[in-house]
Every structure is written in structure tokens, then in C-alpha cells.
Design a protein around this ligand. Sequence first.
Ligand SMILES: NC(=O)c1ccc[n+]([C@@H]2O[C@H](COP(=O)([O-])OP(=O)(O)OC[C@H]3O[C@@H](n4cnc5c(N)ncnc54)[C@H](O)[C@@H]3O)[C@@H](O)[C@H]2O)c1
Length: 251
Amino acid sequence: MQEDKVFNLTGKVALITGGASGIGAATARRLAQAGASVIIADLNEPAANTLARELSGAKGVAMDVTSTASIAAVLQPLSRLDILVNNAGIGLVGTIAQTEETDFTRLMTVNATSVYLVTKAALSLLLAVRGSIVNIASVAGLIGVKQRFAYCASKGAVIAMTRQLAVEYPKELRVNCIAPGTVQSPFVEGYLQKHHAHEIDKMRVELAARQPIGRLGTPEEIAATVHYICSPEADFMTGSVVTIDGGWSAA
Ligand SMILES: NC(=O)c1ccc[n+]([C@@H]2O[C@H](COP(=O)([O-])OP(=O)(O)OC[C@H]3O[C@@H](n4cnc5c(N)ncnc54)[C@H](O)[C@@H]3O)[C@@H](O)[C@H]2O)c1
């Protein structure tokens, strides 16, 4: 196989939720470089458009993954979709005792219900081409992380939906999931500013030490795995939960 034909996504249409920042943005860049036409769907439409202008064949669209109407406005006009990356997500710090019901519901809606809503809206397009779904969960869906009650619950649901869909549509779709450890992104920077503004450097060291490899991951490292999972080379892969966490969940 020619080097430039490996992991080739030419002719594929990919939709990435939360594609304007962090892991989603790195994924948009990576899939576009591999030849896909990328739709960058994000609450932050200006940022989605700015990124799309940098990439060949990309476009930015406004999408709130918690709104059926907003999702339909993006998906209904599409005539083809090969790759769906359910990446949009938010964090919440707190034990069960500290988690208000409204915050729990918000986390579940943005991180988990959104996967149901977007996947359902995209299903017929994906079934038409034996498409590939990549859900971005978290190590927090596999192991208990202190102070992340709602976040762990929401990401556990993402992993469960991945496995259920893979079993429901074993020949009609490929459905896989990535469980990243802590990755250097605006998500983590926002957490540090909100909860540890007076001790950011100390917390950076602690976050890095939590992962046996001794550092945070990069969005590009997660994007490279999304790319592989979507590629023809991963044709045998469905129902997988791929941890990329510097050894965190192995410890
Ligand atoms: N950064 C990490 O350490 C880490 C680790 C494990 C998993 N994750 C997961 O990876 C995904 C991406 O995280 P990131 O670190 O790149 O975050 P980020 O904050 O950099 O980007 C998230 C993007 O999602 C968008 N978004 C938020 N709510 C939305 C909504 N309702 N509709 C549409 N778009 C919405 C935001 O506008 C933003 O562009 C999330 O699901 C997160 O839970 C992140």
C-alpha cells in the first residue's frame, strides 16, 4: 500500500461535535488532513468557522448537542455522513453530596443524552454507508475519580451506549469509544482557573503525576486515534473502548 494511501479518508464526510476547541479541534484538523470533508459543529459558531477557514473542505456550523431542533437543522440538509465524532462535553467537580440535581442533570444532558440525540439524528445517514461513530468518553467512565460524581456517571453512560450500539448494529455500523486520561486542553485550563487559581502550577504537577507516564496527553494524540478508528484499516474494530491515559487506568 502506498504510504499516502494509508488511513486515507478521501471522499468521507465527518461531523465532529464540540469541534471548535481542544480534542475536537485537533480531530477536525487531523481528519481534514486525511482527506475528509469535515463539519465542525459547536455551540461556539465563530470559533468553528475560524477553524473551518484554515482547513481544506471544512465548514463550521452552530449546534447545541442538547437541542433536537439544533441538531436537526444541521443533519437534515446532509445527504451523506460517514463519520460521527460525539466529542462535545463539559466537566463538573464534586462529590455526590456536593452535586445539585440541576447540575447532575446538565452533565448527563450535555455529555450523555447528546450522544443519544446526535446519533439518532445521524443514524439513517450512517447506516446508508456503514459509517463509523467515535464517542469521546473518559477514563472517568471506567474507574472512579474522586470529586467527579456526575462526570463519571455521564461518561460511563457514553461507554455503555457505545457497546450497545455496536451489538445492535454489528454489520451496519462501526461504533467505538475513546477513554482519554487528562489532556491539555481549554477544558483542563478552565478547571484549573475555576478551582485552583491560587495553585495552578502545583495542580498541574498533581494532574501529571496522576498518570504513570508523568504528563498530560495532547489533543493531537487523541485525534490520531480517532483518525485510526475511522480509517479503513480499523474495519474489524467495533465495540471497542480504547484508553489513552498514560497508564492511569492500568495503575
Ligand atoms: N481534556 C481532558 O482532559 C479530557 C479527558 C477525557 C475526556 N475528555 C472529553 O473530551 C471531550 C472534549 O474535551 P476538550 O478537553 O477538548 O474540551 P474543550 O472544552 O476544549 O472543548 C469542548 C467543546 O465542546 C463545545 N460544547 C460544549 N457544550 C456544547 C453543546 N451543548 N453543544 C455543542 N458544543 C458544545 C464547546 O464549545 C467546546 O468547543 C469532552 O467530551 C470531554 O469530556 C476530555
